[in-house]
Design a protein around this ligand. Structure first.
Ligand SMILES: [Zn+2]
Length: 401
């Protein structure tokens, strides 16, 4: 912003001076038109307006739908469809067109919220959605008074465990934990609620006993923990959403969040954990591979991470081939078809250097991606077989179709 101002200020100043001069100035030769400095032109282009168009001529395969039936294990119908029945009808039509057989709603809540959300999805589409519950950490407490939150009261873990058992009776398939645990929620002393606080152990343990997989979003991309400066690879994104940055004093460290997340996976070997967004470490697949080697109870899903995976196609392809039994498909949708197409193209084709999203600006980093042309047996595992094995209720729904 400061630079736009610096560019515009001399112009503004010049025109004010001109207006204040006496009218009868002698006719002068017509000056060259002043360039419009709106940051979109020529050499005065402002970085945030940069939209390079690739001049590459290479084969393109615009796949209209997935090759095999898909289970999307990461959708938020409540958040994205705003509980509109019409929007839900439309999305199910998109699912049909795209070959998405089943979606996993991660917005189930618990208690009465769960009942309402089940009604929304299951009145018409029970065979197309399975539902994960969420923990209500706050309960009846006041938003800005962490000491009043339900999770600060004794036996919170055991009470949630009991609610999860009841939710399982009502057909819930798993538990989703949002990134707020670790990054947002606080204790009364001002410190953050820890992901690996032993107070939550009864919850993870109960999920193992009940056969409910736990999908956890812990931490965020590396760039969100770095300064928003000229070296930040997701500058455009953080420039638009500075509130997504966790850089600076007062925020937890990314490595501490990931370490805490791994602690609970290690402490609860009977519980299946699904690492959301490639365990939020898609920039470092060697490390994710080491985690998968070390923790047989861990699988990962790829929602909103084809931008990361597709810019390292050699590494990503080897990762998918080696861990084909441990990777689940996800989108963080419901998404419009235009946002889904790049997923099929990334997984199925060997197309080069294409956009990972339909936006005129790249929603994550300013780069393009490459396809990893997975063989059919791997595609089937990633698209649905792994989800059918890991998530209760998926196999029955797939078989009915
Ligand atoms: Zn999500």
């Amino acid at each position: 912003m400061r630079w736009i101002y610096t560019l515009l200020f001399p112009l503004f100043f010049a025109s004010t001076v001109a207006a204040a001069e006496p009218k009868a100035a002698p006719a002068e030769p017509e000056a060259a038109p002043t360039p419009k400095l709106d940051g979109r032109e020529g050499r005065d282009l402002v970085l945030e307006n940069f939209r390079p168009k690739s001049m590459l001529r290479v084969p393109e395969h615009h796949l209209p739908r997935a090759k095999f039936p898909v289970v999307d294990v990461h959708v938020h119908p409540r958040i994205r469809l705003k509980h509109s029945p019409e929007a839900l009808d439309d999305f199910v039509k998109t699912m049909d067109a795209q070959n998405i057989a089943v979606c996993v709603s991660l917005d189930g809540g618990l208690g009465s919220a769960l009942e309402e959300r089940q009604k929304y999805l299951w009145t018409k589409y029970r065979e197309r959605f399975v539902i994960f519950a969420n923990i209500d950490w706050q309960g009846g407490g006041k938003e800005d008074d962490p000491a009043s939150w339900d999770c600060q009261r004794p036996d919170f873990g055991r009470r949630v465990a009991a609610e999860l058992a009841a939710a399982k009776e009502r057909g819930v398939s798993g538990l989703k934990v949002f990134k707020d645990l670790g990054l947002v929620y606080k204790n009364a002393d001002g410190g953050y609620l820890k992901i690996d606080d032993p107070r939550w152990d009864p919850i993870w343990e109960a999920c193992g006993k009940l056969g409910l997989p736990v999908i956890i979003h812990s931490a965020d991309p590396t760039a969100f923990f770095l300064p928003i400066d000229e070296t930040n690879e997701r500058w455009e994104e953080l420039h638009r959403h500075p509130e997504w940055s966790f850089y600076g004093p007062g925020f937890p460290k990314r490595e501490d969040l990931l370490a805490a997340y791994l602690h609970i996976i290690e402490r609860h070997p009977q519980t299946t954990f699904i690492g959301a967004h490639v365990s939020n470490n898609a920039e470092d697949l060697a490390t994710v591979a080491a985690w998968l080697d070390k923790y047989p109870n861990l699988v990962v899903e790829i929602a909103s991470r084809i931008a990361e995976l597709g810019r390292q196609p050699y590494t990503a392809r080897k990762f998918f081939l080696k861990y084909s039994d441990r990777i689940l498909f996800g989108t963080d949708g419901p998404r419009a078809p235009e946002r889904l197409f790049p997923y099929w193209r990334f997984l199925e084709t060997d197309d080069e250097y294409f956009a990972y999203a339909e936006n005129p600006f790249p929603p994550q980093g300013l780069w393009n991606i490459y396809g990893i042309y997975l063989p059919d047996d791997v595609l089937k595992k990633v698209y649905h077989e792994n989800a059918a094995r890991v998530i209760p209720g998926v196999r029955e729904r797939l078989e009915k179709r």
